[in-house]
Write a protein that binds this ligand. Sequence first.
Ligand code: CAA
Length: 270
Amino acid sequence: MGSGIAQVSAAAGFKVVVREVNQGALDKGLGRIKKFLDDGVAKGKVTEEQRATTLGNLRGVTEFADMKDCDLIIEAIIENIDDKAAAYTALEKAVGAHCIFVSNTSSLCITELASKTQRPDKFGGLHFFNPVPLMKLVEVVRGLSTSQETYDALMEFSVKIGKEPITAPDKPGFIVNRLLIPYLLDAIRCYERGLGTKEDIDKAMKLGLGYPMGPLTLLDFVGLDTTYYIANIMFDEFKDPMFAAPTLLKRMVLAGKNGRKSGEGFYKYS
Ligand code: CAA
């Protein structure tokens, strides 16, 4: 997610500082951006000039101190409140008072994350979708303490990077995952109960409804561990059985079958 967000921001002309935990992670993320741009040039979707401008606007660092001149920080750390809070504390020592903090969380409470900073009014959510350079939507999330000025700035930024923003409430799942997660969990339940083969369930939704991916393919794409994590957060908050993780999902995650990233989920990936 982080590399995609950095890429679209750099492509829109912003000077982007990408901070990663170490040089290896930085090289991996920047490598992913280069590959996307190279593929884009090969497909005729990206010009050589756009490729050069985007790469020229990106600077990779490993220290929070190197982010001192940033006006907006988009955090895309794993969904762990303590890790995120530790980064905010380190960042607040480095950046100016005007700097807006944003989390790309898909499920954590923005008001709670804002409370971990000294600038809750300058804190909001920007929820992007994978693959970030291709998906047009961004959910702009207002916490209870997010100021009107911050919300306006996030809407404006989203438009400047070529996205279509919508306003989402600070409730688990926001708008997209509130609808997507029950659908994905139900697809697993249907598969578990023998409604059809995985290929037929996917084909049904792809060809019958024009979805770009069937639900089990999409689960592999999003990550089974990620889906399990989000479902648990939503179940904790709403106590509604539609967010309860099916037994098969839990077992696949326990077995490390997390989808594409692990080489196997509902399907195998070489
Ligand atoms: N540079 C520029 N453009 C590129 C490109 C590149 N490197 N690679 C692909 N494209 C363009 C293609 O040229 C094509 O453009 P046109 O439509 O104009 O022809 C378009 O992007 C689609 O690319 P492909 O044809 O290569 O790929 P595809 O048709 O198989 O689509 C996909 C791939 C966009 C991923 C599609 O399968 C899709 O939309 N899947 C669903 C993804 C989804 O639902 N994401 C959200 C997940 S939920 C989430 O992220 C949040 C959460 O909290 C869980």
